[in-house]
Design a binder for this molecule. Sequence first.
Ligand SMILES: Nc1ncnc2c1ncn2[C@@H]1O[C@H](COP(=O)(O)OP(=O)(O)O)[C@@H](O)[C@H]1O
Ligand SMILES: [Mg+2]
Length: 375
Amino acid sequence: MIASNASPGFKELPLRILHLEDSRLDHELVSRELAKGGTPFVIERVETLPEFVSVTSQRTFDIVLADFRLPGFTALDAWNAISSHSPHLPFILLSGAIGEAAAVNAIQAGVSDYLHKDELSKLWRVILRALEVSQVKVAEEKANRELKLSEKRLAQFAEHLQSTIENERADIAREIHDDIGGALAAVKLDLAWLSRHTTASEARGHIDTAQEMLQHALGASQRIMMNLRPAILDQGLYPALQWLVRNFEKRTGIHSTMAINHEALKLERAVELAAYRTTQEALTNISKHADCTAVRIELSDAEGVLTIEVSDNGKGISNPDREKPKAFGLRGLQERAKSVGGWLDISSTPGKGTSIILSVPLAGNTPQHEEEQFQ
Ligand SMILES: Nc1ncnc2c1ncn2[C@@H]1O[C@H](COP(=O)(O)OP(=O)(O)O)[C@@H](O)[C@H]1O
Ligand SMILES: [Mg+2]
């Protein structure tokens, strides 16, 4: 049967209605009531469970109206038969009295609504509401799927960017080593030769200054290379972190302690690099922003999780600090942690310091204890 009046404006029309009903008379009543409404529709009646399953698997409907008790089965059996593949198909119980418990059960099972056959005048309202709810759910699921996809793409992009940056850094470090380092080493030899063969005091003064400058340039290129590609990581994460912390303390004068609880696990290069870069950025942040007097680094690979916590007793990170649009240090660390299957926690109380904690799950191991102090 097809009836046509005004449309609700949010569905493709005519609305395709499936009516699960064993009474032809009741079906006629429902069809007549629907025809009074303002929306074009087609309605089809089925009365057995196999018929219902077959029709719903072959064709698409916009809504199901179902009598509750039918010969040999109930509307819940019908709903259970289709709910896994059509979880958002609006399914309305249109029945005589079914009792409160059955109604609650049905709604809990995911049925959209229940309307008593004596209240047919409300049928369109109930249908439109069920359609709207289902559309919102479908849209929500679609938005969630798209959000997940775009988060995944962003993470992949961040990972790609991260490895590109590391490769570029390694290339630049190599070039500094080969070109600048090579040239400086040659200049050093020549200056040493000149120094041995020059007696004129004016020239010697210049040679001494040049040697000093050269020493400075050699030190700077070493430092830049180390920052670009921490060669010390080749000796393992722990020596590399010790080196980093020792240098930090020497440069800033901030009292730094390092507690290690580990079994010298062989870590993946990417995990080592993430741990090293996290500590490096946390220490850089401390020297730039924290205004603190003490730093503590705790490193553990107990219970199969590598954790590195860098804490200071400085001024803490305020909420506006975290939202700074152009600050990418901490955000970059968060992405980096994700790219190695871990996560980053930032905990901070204004006036009471900051802790940055990187956690990366690893294979299981048994811990041992050491405590080190750098002064
Ligand atoms: N240890 C810290 N103590 C106090 N403030 C911090 C600390 N680390 C970060 N911050 C604050 O959080 C902001 C964001 O840090 P970050 O993302 O590394 O960006 P950037 O260092 O480039 O400013 C910093 O600008 C600073 O205000
Ligand atoms: Mg920073």
